[in-house]
Design a protein around this ligand. Structure first.
Ligand code: HEM
Length: 509
């Protein structure tokens, strides 16, 4: 009898609680607009099992079905995808401060010394100070000019290496990635570490950095189910910790070496970024300061944020040019006129290469390296497009879909650099003020490395195109499919066969 009484009391309590919960949520719903529409998923897993192997296509397809803003559960994370320029404006301009936190992945915390960097830091005073140092001190024209020879050395080395392979197939992606990585390394610390020690450090770093970049792109269960993160089911975090031990030893070596030699002479065009950071650290009366940990975290941002993005963009640019011989010959013609076949490309030629700039803009329209931007996270509940976005929601901005939208772009799937030369609605810059063209993002979290990225994209592409004619290997066809990931890689590697263009063979030496 007692047992029956307990069961009845328990059941009535559950029923009452359910009714109260229903009334409360109904009232709340009536008070707040609903969540954005979106597909239903499975309990616990949400929509994860249905994403397929092309996330960007899936988000675009769902956009067509549910509208310009959709909500979707991935694991136990609520995500919102923005698919229209007017809603992008609401997020990155009108309510920028609410949408300016990051959703940091588990490996991100390890790789950035506990989010002590710029990319993954929350929006706070520490982030503001770091970003100020990065943009105003490291990425200004004077600092970038002062490190020109550090970039040039590596680019000329790469051209020489390609020249040694004339007539043979060259895998273009790895060629550009390795060159870009060496450029970054040289710019970070190459001005003061040379000789045998420089070579040893470079060798060790080149061995570990690509593995680290790859690990960043690996889908991780811990990110979809944060309550399971402590288990590190796939061992991704542990693997990152192992790589970071190696990386940290390298960083410590180069910092200590620089500290010993800080007042030494600086060769023309060889002032590296570490020298700038250490000068800031040593300034007694400076308003800005930076810790050793933050210096190392900035190194990581530069390597992870800057290397793969640039390499991916350039591989797509080369693929599009090889696929469009008319565009390739226009780019070559411009280089012949501006640089001349009896000279090599220098950074000072860049402002005159207007067609090449349009080629890069068009490449980044069709193939934005980070197609959903780096996910934002909301710091408070807000309303976008008439829908509620709760606090802590992960927000993706579907740049790839917007940049291919036929209601905005004329024949959007065609590679047509000219659209960035004509005075039409389509002509726009990288600064994030045109909400239909955002390859570097927008608002206060817009890419902080843009000035260097613009130089490197132009300088590398111009150097490889001016020095060589590129053809597909015999019997090869171009596959322009995309691979799944947080960055938009080519599905199959691009292989080109170079032949020399310059009139003097000494220019390759
Ligand atoms: C083709 C080259 C590049 C592309 C396409 C690219 C793209 C992006 C994008 C889409 C974001 C996120 C923007 C947003 O959330 O609105 C970003 C952030 C960032 N990028 Fe780049 N990037 C490139 C190169 C670089 C380089 C070379 C560096 C470093 C030297 C760099 C450093 C950063 C940093 C530090 C942030 C974080 C900014 C913040 O959260 O405040 N990027 N980048």
């Amino acid at each position: 009898m007692d047992g029956l009484y307990v069961v009845a009391t328990f059941s009535i309590s559950i029923l009452l609680m359910s009714i109260l919960w229903y009334i409360k949520t109904s009232l709340e719903r009536r008070k707040n607009p609903p969540l954005p529409p979106g597909p239903l998923g499975l309990p616990i897993l949400g929509y994860l099992p249905f994403l397929g192997n092309n996330l960007f296509e899936k988000f675009t397809e769902l956009g067509h079905k549910y509208g310009p803003i959709i909500s979707i559960s991935l694991g136990n994370k609520l995500c919102v995808v923005i698919n229209s320029p007017s809603l992008v404006k609401e997020v990155v301009r009108d309510q920028d401060s609410v949408f300016a936190n990051r959703d940091i992945p588990a490996v991100g915390i390890v790789a950035t010394y506990g989010a002590n960097d710029i990319v993954f830091s929350e929006l706070n005073s520490k982030w503001r100070a770091m970003r100020k140092i990065f943009v105003q001190e490291m990425m200004n024209t004077k600092s970038l000019d002062a490190s020109y020879n550090l970039r040039k050395d590596q680019v000329r080395t790469a051209v020489r290496q390609v020249h040694a392979k004339i007539g043979n197939p060259v895998e273009i992606g790895p060629l550009i990635f390795r060159t870009e990585l060496k450029v970054m390394m040289n710019m970070l610390w190459g001005g003061k570490i040379e000789g045998e020690e420089g070579e040893r450090v470079a060798y060790e770093f080149l061995a570990v950095a690509p593995k680290l970049v790859d690990l960043f792109g690996k889908p991780n269960i811990s990110d979809f189910f944060p309550f399971l993160a402590w288990l590190d089911i796939q061992g991704v975090k542990k693997q990152m910790e192992t790589y970071m031990q190696i990386v940290d030893t390298i960083f410590e070596t180069v910092i200590t070496q620089h500290e010993r030699n800080l007042s030494g002479e600086i060769e023309e065009g060889k002032k590296d970024l570490l020298q700038i950071l250490l000068e800031i650290q040593n300034k007694q009366d400076s308003e800005i300061s930076i810790s050793r940990r933050q210096i190392k975290a900035i190194f990581m941002d530069t390597v992870i944020g800057g290397t793969d993005t640039t390499a991916i963009t350039l591989e797509w640019a080369m693929a599009e040019l090889m696929n469009n011989p008319a565009a390739m010959s226009k780019a070559h013609k411009e280089l012949s006129e501006v640089v001349g076949l009896n000279d090599i490309v220098e950074e000072l030629h860049i402002p005159k290469l207007k067609y090449l700039e349009a080629v890069i803009k068009e490449t980044m329209r069709l193939h934005p390296a980070i197609p959903l931007l780096i996910p934002r996270s909301t710091s408070q509940s807000s309303i976008v497009g008439g829908y509620t976005i709760p606090k802590g929601t992960t927000v993706f901005i579907n740049v790839r879909s917007i940049q291919r939208d036929p209601s905005i772009w004329d024949k959007p799937l065609e590679f047509r650099p000219e659209r960035f030369l004509d005075d039409t609605i389509e002509k726009c810059d990288y600064r994030g003020n045109y909400f239909h063209y955002l390859p570097f993002g927008s608002g206060r979290r817009i890419c902080a490395g843009m000035p260097l990225a613009e130089r490197m994209l132009m300088y590398l592409l111009a150097s490889f195109l001016h020095s060589f004619d590129w053809k597909l290997g015999q019997g090869e066809t171009l596959d322009m499919s995309e691979a799944f990931g947080i960055v938009l890689r080519k599905g199959t590697p691009l292989i080109g066969v170079p032949s020399p263009r310059l009139s003097v063979s000494d220019l390759y030496v």
